[in-house]
Design a protein around this ligand. Structure first.
Ligand code: SIN
Ligand code: FE2
Length: 216
């Protein structure tokens, strides 16, 4: 029985349809992960993780930074993209080639062949951190998909519909998984349930999410 599987050609990474236009590529980031983690250290040395504040005055439980031409920020004045890190006044660190390569290839795998991101939001979830249901809608237009990469501790990703009250499907996102959503699901509500404590061999007790977007 085992021989039959061992001798067969490697299978494509499993893919799951999350909704129309939304695809989960299991393990698609695994070959990129070592390079990504090295590059991430370079990014956070210049633009460290910080807990931003929502317009309503709440401190976000996920710590964030960015790389690319534009970075997503929130403060008492609102949600928006800025070319400059407000903490230091310098442009955000450039998007490393390994980040860009992963985002472009995952988008193409999911059927979005012309995607070239100009922004990457980097979220760090320490145990207990979460992200409530929201839409990604601060981008200039919604023609391009979102590419979302999970690294480190697992988390439950909630993927709903176009209104907040639509039912959500839950997906266990593990190290190396990549979700891509665009087209009819580009504005679907999504969020992350509280990350459970644990240990990951490469990342220790945290989850990192990279969210690639065409913002400008
Ligand atoms: C986000 O929606 O910005 C992040 C999603 C995630 O952490 O999986
Ligand atoms: Fe989001």
């Amino acid at each position: 029985m085992n021989d039959l599987f061992e001798n067969s050609a490697p299978l494509d990474p499993p893919r799951e349809v999350m909704a129309e236009g939304a695809i989960l590529l299991r393990g698609a980031a695994l070959p990129f992960a070592p390079d990504i983690l090295v590059a991430l250290d370079g990014i956070t040395a210049r633009s460290p993780f910080r807990h931003m504040v929502t317009p309503g005055g709440y401190r976000m439980s996920a710590a964030m930074t960015n790389c690319g031409i534009a970075g997503w920020i929130t403060d008492r004045h609102g949600y928006r993209y800025d070319r400059v890190d407000p903490e230091n006044g310098f442009p955000w660190p450039a998007m490393p080639t390994c980040f860009l390569d992963l985002a472009v290839s995952a988008a193409a795998d999911a059927g979005y062949v012309n995607f070239v991101p100009d922004a990457c939001l980097i979220n760090r979830y320490d145990p207990g951190a979460r992200l409530s249901l929201h839409q990604d809608k601060d981008e200039q237009d919604f023609v391009n998909p979102i590419v979302s990469v999970s690294l480190g501790l697992p988390a439950i990703f909630q993927f709903g519909g176009l209104t907040r009250s639509d039912p959500v499907c839950k997906f266990a996102m593990r190290h190396g998984d990549v979700a891509v959503w665009g087209g009819p699901s580009r504005l679907n509500f999504h969020g992350v349930a509280g990350v459970k404590d644990g240990h990951h061999d490469m990342l220790g007790s945290k989850r990192i999410n990279l969210t690639f977007r065409r913002a400008l």
